[in-house]
Design a protein around this ligand. Structure first.
Ligand code: COI
Length: 356
């Protein structure tokens, strides 16, 4: 149960804005942050009064458990602006539910719903000028929780900090990505934390991904940890395969992140009468389809990545280039999603959330 809290947010506004220094046309993902941040500490068994302050460095003891045991979870969300300067979030209820699911798995106390939404909306109103209108522009929002207790025994902390920072964003991948199917390393295992957004899930991918990059691939498609036969997700995004006119994506399990963009694509496919099978998909099936010319597309789906087409995949000594289609499903879903997000299309599932 997530308790609701009643205290007002304490706000300290930034004296100056940094926005004039930002080149919004050439923005690299996740490097520039807005003027304000939201923080809320968990102490004495409860979440304390939340604060919004100027974005700033924090002082945390080196013994804080997050530095030693990675007790940290996060979310990725985006805010969008329409042509009339109205601000929208996309399915924020899903992110709220997921950060608390992640928190529960990492033995972190749940965060109250009203603090999450009030905090987000107040922060977005203060930093509204950082959200640019126009398709392809967004403000990436990173809520996260870290264990702050200064103690290095390996057990859950007694104190935490919930933080929200925001960063203006364009595309995560500027070009179609080349992906390598994993044969040795794994991202997650049954009974593990792959299904939640634990910080360590991402760090564990950096080394194998750097090996893949040396071979000319940008990302790894992770396979199941026990057999490496089934294709699961790409780490920064969930993954879809198109064989002829049929879409296939792996079912959620302990090892796969329950992606908001993934589930939105599955729903949009149903709306568009595109056959989408949610079932295990094997390396063998995809290689066979590629050899026979039936594999039309692979694309990733995620908040940061939106919909990112794959240009080629590698497995063992084989590399397959994918055709470039004029009428790709990837572009169709990307356009449909972006139009809903930017208030340019009907929102029949109630996914848009207006920030007042
Ligand atoms: C997101 O898509 O929001 C993520 O958290 C992925 C991250 C690697 C940027």
């Amino acid at each position: 149960m997530v308790t609701n809290y009643t205290e007002e947010i304490v706000i300290e506004k930034a004296q100056n804005t940094k926005i004039t220094d930002v080149d919004f046309a050439n923005i690299a993902f996740g490097r520039v942050f807005t003027d304000h941040m939201f923080t809320c500490d968990f102490e004495d068994g409860k979440w304390q009064i939340p604060k919004i302050t100027p974005y700033q460095a924090m002082s945390i003891e080196p013994s804080a458990r997050v530095f030693h045991y990675g007790q940290a979870v996060f979310e990725g969300m985006k805010a969008y602006k329409d042509a009339d300067d109205n601000v929208f979030l996309f399915r924020p209820d899903q992110n709220f539910a997921r950060i608390n699911k992640s928190a529960a798995r990492l033995a972190i106390p749940e965060f109250p719903e009203n603090y999450f939404f009030k905090g987000l909306e107040t922060l977005l109103n203060l930093d509204k000028n950082w959200i640019k209108s126009g398709l392809g522009n967004s403000l990436y929002i990173r809520p996260f929780v870290i264990a702050t207790e200064p103690a290095i025994s390996a057990s859950p902390a007694a104190t935490y900090r919930f933080i929200i920072i925001c960063s203006p964003a364009k595309a995560y991948y500027n070009q179609p990505v080349r992906v390598l199917f994993a044969r040795k390393y794994s991202r997650s295992a049954d009974g593990g934390v792959g299904f939640v957004k634990a910080a360590g899930n991402y760090a564990a991918q950096f080394y194998p991904t750097s090996l893949a990059q040396q071979k000319g691939f940008q990302q790894i498609i992770w396979t199941d940890a026990s057999t490496h036969k089934n294709l699961e997700e790409a780490g920064t995004m969930n993954i879809f395969f198109r064989i002829n006119d049929k879409l296939i994506t792996a079912p959620n399990n302990d090892r796969i992140l329950d992606g908001v963009t993934r589930k939105s694509v599955i729903q949009l496919a149903a709306d568009l009468n595109i056959d989408c099978e949610v079932r295990p998909v094997s390396v063998h099936e995809i290689k066979t389809a590629a050899k026979e010319g039936d594999l039309k597309e692979i694309f990733g789906a995620g908040t940061a990545a939106v919909i990112s087409p794959v240009s080629a995949f590698g497995h063992a000594d084989d590399v397959f280039d994918l055709p470039q289609l004029d009428n790709s499903y990837a572009m169709l879903f990307k356009e449909k999603l972006m139009h809903i997000q930017h208030n340019l299309a009907e929102d029949k599932h109630g996914w848009r959330y207006e920030v007042k």
